[in-house]
Design a protein around this ligand. Structure first.
Ligand SMILES: [Zn+2]
Length: 400
């Protein structure tokens, strides 16, 4: 993959009280000449005349400043697979993400054995005890399974799929001390639709996907509280004029967020354009669904228990050629969505920032540039490549 050009600032800003000046700041969906006062990792918008004499400043050189990207669905990068990642490995992913403009992420744990899933949860807990101020925030866990349909399992090991089981989910969430934020389920699997309200009570957002659900089954899941469609159109039953299926249900439900893998492979550009037309840019969420090969050259890798081969940046299972995640970054995703839809930068930014924040219920501190928000900021160059990144006010450096 092509690394985004990056310009190291010669002096890392250590003092956590400074002003980002000479910037075009994305605020209320438009760029304007605001000054950002960063103090204690938070944002306060002001104007040039508010900058005190002698204050520390960071000259944005007229660049666009946007909220950091939020990736709610990724299995890894730079040689690390979330399913086998210890705290330092998660940190490695987080540094790579930060250097590419993703300032918050959920680690997607692919369906695995109960023992391994519990081990993964322990690693997320251990991660919170190490110093990770140079990395993207790890917001928590996305459980991709195990309550999924075998017919649409994708890269999931079939023998590990399970029927709906609130007790198991509660056990995971208690062990995780609330770190499970989102789970993907198949509505047609026995017991799953009934467990969605329980998941919500446990603080878990529910997405539907990896699914052959009928329209009616999918609508019942939405009525029960599912609010998202996992990698929309991929690994799901497609629309038919007599059975609109899960695809029809998620397109017809205005409130449901639709994830889209914006690499141009999982969805061809025309499909991305169509999805955006139907849902609007307020209800699509760009994701990477990236695997350990992101940030690395073509070769042989793994995803959970599967062997994966990556050729021309395209990841497929060695066993049967099923596409198995991506090597995308959200910076490339941003440029792809603009190219595929003909929409402007201003219009596309929410798909990677505010929409995932709102889906997660975290819009009070991430996803926007506004007073009191975390100072998670991305400076873009004139080609929309990531130039500099701040995570909670820390200027992060490019991963080698
Ligand atoms: Zn996934």
């Amino acid at each position: 993959m092509q690394a985004a050009p990056y310009f190291m600032h010669p002096e890392r800003i250590k003092k956590m009280d400074f002003y980002i000046t000479n910037a075009q700041v994305y605020h209320n969906h438009h760029f304007g000449a605001h000054v950002i006062h960063v103090t204690d990792g938070k944002i306060k918008l002001c104007t040039a005349s508010d900058v005190p004499q002698g204050a520390e400043t960071f000259d944005a050189q007229g660049r666009h400043v946007i909220p950091g990207f939020i990736d709610i669905h990724t299995h890894g990068a730079v040689g690390v697979d979330v399913n086998t990642a210890g705290p330092e490995d998660l940190h490695k992913i987080g540094r790579f993400f930060a250097s590419n403009g993703t300032t918050s992420w959920l680690g997607s744990v692919l369906t695995d054995t109960e023992e391994q899933t519990q081990w993964c949860i322990e690693q997320f807990k251990a991660y919170d005890k190490i110093d990770t101020s140079d990395a993207a925030h790890l917001l928590g866990i996305h459980l991709e399974g195990p309550f999924l349909a075998s017919a649409y399992k994708g890269a999931m090991p079939e023998h590990l799929l399970q029927q709906g089981n609130t007790a198991l989910l509660r056990h995971y969430q208690e062990l995780a001390e609330g770190r499970v934020k989102y789970m993907t389920v198949s509505p047609e699997v026995s017991g799953v639709t009934q467990m969605i309200p329980d998941a919500k009570k446990l603080g878990i957002r529910v997405g539907i996907g990896h699914s052959g659900a009928t329209y009616q089954q999918a609508m019942e899941a939405i009525e029960n509280g599912a609010t998202l469609s996992t990698h929309t159109f991929n690994a799901m039953r497609l629309f038919h004029q007599h059975e609109p299926a899960i695809m029809g249900a998620v397109l017809a439900s205005d409130e449901v967020y639709c994830e889209m893998i914006c690499d141009g492979l999982h969805l061809v550009p025309a499909t991305v354009n169509l999805l955006v037309k139907i849902k609007g840019l307020g209800r699509v969420i760009g994701i990477t669904d990236s695997i350990m090969a992101a940030g690395l050259p073509d070769g042989h890798y793994h995803l959970g228990v599967n062997d994966v081969v990556v050729k021309d940046g395209d990841a497929k299972l060695e066993s049967d050629g099923t596409r198995a995640g991506s090597t995308l970054t959200l910076n490339r995703g941003l440029k792809n969505i603009i190219a595929f839809t003909g929409k402007t930068l201003e219009e596309v930014i929410p798909a990677l920032t505010e929409n995932p924040a709102k889906f997660l219920g975290m819009e009070d501190h991430i996803g926007f540039i506004d007073d009191g928000m975390d100072a998670d900021l991305v400076l873009l160059d004139e080609d929309n490549n990531v130039a500099q990144v701040f995570v909670k006010g820390n200027l992060v450096s490019k991963e080698a």
